[in-house]
Design a protein around this ligand. Structure first.
Ligand SMILES: NC(=O)c1ccc[n+]([C@@H]2O[C@H](COP(=O)([O-])OP(=O)(O)OC[C@H]3O[C@@H](n4cnc5c(N)ncnc54)[C@H](OP(=O)(O)O)[C@@H]3O)[C@@H](O)[C@H]2O)c1
Length: 249
């Protein structure tokens, strides 16, 4: 893979793993377009990395997705990294007692950001990616797509949904003979705003991004980041043990 000839799009590039992906893509010589949701997150990102084209995108919203796609160049983009995501910690045995207004984020909103957004953006991007000499679409899911934890049921379901979607899409694209590689990266717990104040043994966003980009360059269909490789090994040995380890996390 020639990074110098790569124009990459990274959704959710303003913070966490996305910001590291953007930074490391630039260091490898790629041209980068990236997104954020708010004027302030975009302004901060522009100050930090002015060589990136920063665009607004709320991927849960269909009109925002449409305007975003129209702001992209008609050709030349060959790598799309669906990184943006949100996670709600929700206790379904107690949250139902609260009025809806007190629940920060509902099921459809979380699914809209994590699943509908990447799927619909892919639909809008496929025609132009199919015209490129070769292209890659990378879905950032999670080790939790392999086995869920108890504390964020909708998040785990959304990541499993993206994983399933990526597998079917890969088969369709291959059948069509398109030169688009569909890749999935499965990080373990990473130290970002999303996991602030919880979890042990987190890896840094820089380590996660570096392993993701190495896997992308190698053309791996599934990129196990950090301890996800161990989780996959345990799940192969004993699915019940693997699921038991994960559910309590
Ligand atoms: N952290 C982990 O332990 C971990 C583990 C496995 C997988 N992942 C996955 O890795 C990805 C990045 O996670 P992270 O920990 O780096 O998250 P993060 O630090 O919370 O950053 C989230 C990014 O997504 C953007 N975003 C939020 N809502 C959006 C929306 N509706 N539309 C478009 N963009 C939106 C944010 O933009 P603003 O800055 O404008 O809000 C921000 O750039 C996610 O898909 C996450 O599920 C994370």
């Amino acid at each position: 893979m020639n990074w110098h000839e790569t124009h990459a799009l990274v959704t959710g590039g303003t913070r966490g793993i996305g910001l590291e992906l953007v930074t490391q893509l630039l260091a490898r010589g790629a041209k980068v377009t990236a997104t954020g949701t708010t004027d302030s997150s975009l302004a901060e990102a522009r100050d930090r990395l002015p060589q990136v084209t920063w665009l607004p995108l709320n991927q849960a919203d269909s009109s925002s997705r449409e305007s975003f796609i129209q702001a992209l160049p008609a050709q030349g983009m060959s790598l799309v990294i669906h990184n943006a995501g949100v996670q709600q910690m929700r206790d379904w045995t107690s949250d139902w007692t609260k009025p809806q207004a007190e629940v920060a984020f509902d099921t459809s909103s979380e699914m809209a950001v994590n699943f509908v957004g990447p799927a619909e953006l892919t639909r809008l991007l496929l025609p132009r990616l199919a015209r490129e000499k070769s292209a890659r679409i990378v879905f950032i899911t999670s080790g939790l797509a392999l086995a869920p934890k108890s504390s964020s049921p909708v998040y785990c379901a959304s990541k499993a949904a993206v994983r399933s979607f990526a597998k079917s899409l890969r088969a369709q694209v291959n059948q069509a003979g398109w030169r688009i590689l569909i890749q999935e990266a499965l990080p373990p717990l990473v130290d970002t705003d999303m996991t602030r104040g919880r979890g042990k043994g987190k890896i840094s966003a820089a380590t996660a991004a570096s392993q993701i980009l190495t896997g992308v360059a190698k053309g791996r269909a599934e990129i196990d980041v950090g301890a996800t490789a161990l989780l996959r090994f345990i799940l192969r040995l004993s699915p019940a043990l693997g699921e038991r380890i994960m559910i309590g996390r």
